[in-house]
Design a protein around this ligand. Structure first.
Ligand code: NAD
Ligand code: DAU
Length: 351
């Protein structure tokens, strides 16, 4: 039985990866290491938390000694590293957490893997680092991010992720650590914290609150349904070539304002409101500092080499996402009220 450490498994993407691996690979033992920051929510994993091949470990990747001990006591064979501070706006108001978690935390994991695996045969272990397309900077009207595009991060968040990517590659080249990396575009779907554009807007529309659009809403993002990211992670973890990087994206570019108009139409339909009701909530606000204009991913490598492709069209994925948020009112209420942060104490500490 292989033991895989998934970091950040209580977060948005991590919870989908944990769920996929738990159900698809009953022979893997999955250790979910998460510090439960504001973004970590064990309610995201309520449906699988009692599975025999799942274990949750509350720990902070900033604590190097703790990370080493976890590697020793669990005999970790593979790492899928998603734990991070992930929200650009928070990195603008409070950069240091991003430096500690995204850079120091990643190095602590690299050091622990290196120490634990020093006598392991080649190809027996794997350290998979999950990163973002934001490391490539901002595109103009045309062009795509390729795996070979030079790094040009422009926010404290993307600079911290770029640093971690460089360090992961440095441990491959210098120490021979068996790493693989991927850089993905914007994810959306169930369990995303309502500080990000799509869930924030769904929640605001539901409560008839203004939908804040930064600047003129002209910025473009390439959106991918979160389960499609998880399926790419599964393929890359198992079949990606050591030392390689794979770009993952939906080939699905939307200007923010057009995306929000589509979302408003879906919300009007689902909430049985007069067409045009939700659009009246759109409110243009001060732009994000250093706001990257456009991201767009060339994902042909993972498509051609590993046979990955997204399963959903954006309109379908967005409708599914809206339905999920509207039918999971308790989850949304707990997240917005802060009640979700008691789940660990109630479910785990009492055991
Ligand atoms: P998220 O913010 O929803 O979740 C992050 C998780 O990491 C949370 O559960 C949090 O508790 C945990 N965490 C944070 N600091 C920690 C620490 N010091 N120790 C242990 N755990 C800690 O993030 P997400 O959107 O799910 O993103 C996951 C990963 O994917 C990140 O590395 C992010 O950079 C990357 N990514 C995200 C997107 C996206 O659109 N969301 C796209 C591409 C790449
Ligand atoms: O590209 C991948 C990245 O996508 C990930 O690495 C990040 O972790 C993830 O947060 C996301 O970053 P963005 O900054 O693109 O996502 P966000 O949802 O914050 O914003 C999407 C776009 O919408 C962006 O152009 C900013 C804009 N926006 C965002 C918010 C929260 C608004 O106009 N209004 C808002 O209230």
């Amino acid at each position: 039985m292989k033991t895989i450490l998934i970091t950040g498994g209580a977060g948005f993407i991590g919870s989908h990866v944990v769920r996929l691996f738990i159900s698809k690979y009953p022979k893997y033992k999955i250790i979910n290491l998460d510090n439960l920051t504001y973004a970590g929510n064990l309610e995201n994993l309520r449906d699988i938390e009692k599975m025999p091949n799942y274990e949750f470990v509350k720990a902070d990747i900033i604590e190097g000694v703790t990370v080493m001990e976890i590697f020793k006591s669990y005999h970790i064979d593979g790492v899928i590293h998603l734990a991070a501070e992930s929200h650009v706006d928070r990195s603008i108001s409070s950069p240091m957490e991003f430096i500690y978690t995204n850079i120091i935390g990643t190095v602590n994991l690299l050091n622990a893997a290196r120490a634990a695996w020093k006598d392991s045969p080649e190809n027996d272990k794997r350290f998979y680092h999950i990163s973002t397309d934001e490391v490539y900077g901002s595109l103009g009207e045309t062009g795509l991010f390729h795996e070979t595009t030079a790094y040009d991060p422009r926010s404290p968040y993307s600079a911290s992720k770029a640093s971690s990517d460089h360090l992961v590659r440095a441990y491959f080249h210098t120490f021979g650590l068996p790493v693989v990396l991927s850089n993905c575009s914007n994810n959306y779907g169930p369990f995303q914290f309502p500080e990000k554009l799509i869930p924030l807007s769904i929640n605001n529309i539901k409560h008839n609150n203004p939908i804040p659009i930064y600047g003129k809403g002209e910025n473009v993002r390439d959106w991918l349904y979160v389960e499609d990211h998880a399926s790419a992670i599964d393929l890359i973890y198992h079949r990606g070539i050591t030392g390689e990087t794979y770009n993952i994206g939906g080939n699905n570019e939307w200007q923010n304002i057009n995306l929000i108009r589509l979302l408003c139409r879906i919300m009007d339909k689902k909430l049985e409101r007069e067409p045009g009701t939700s659009e009246r909530l759109i409110t243009f606000v001060k732009d994000r500092a250093g706001h990257d204009l456009r991201y767009a991913i060339d994902s042909s490598k993972v498509r051609k080499e590993l046979g990955w492709k997204p399963s959903l069209k954006f309109e379908e994925g967005l409708e599914k996402t809206v339905e999920w948020y509207l039918s999971n009112e308790e989850w949304l209420t707990n997240v917005t009220s802060g009640a979700y942060q008691k789940y660990y104490d109630e479910q785990y500490l009492k055991r």
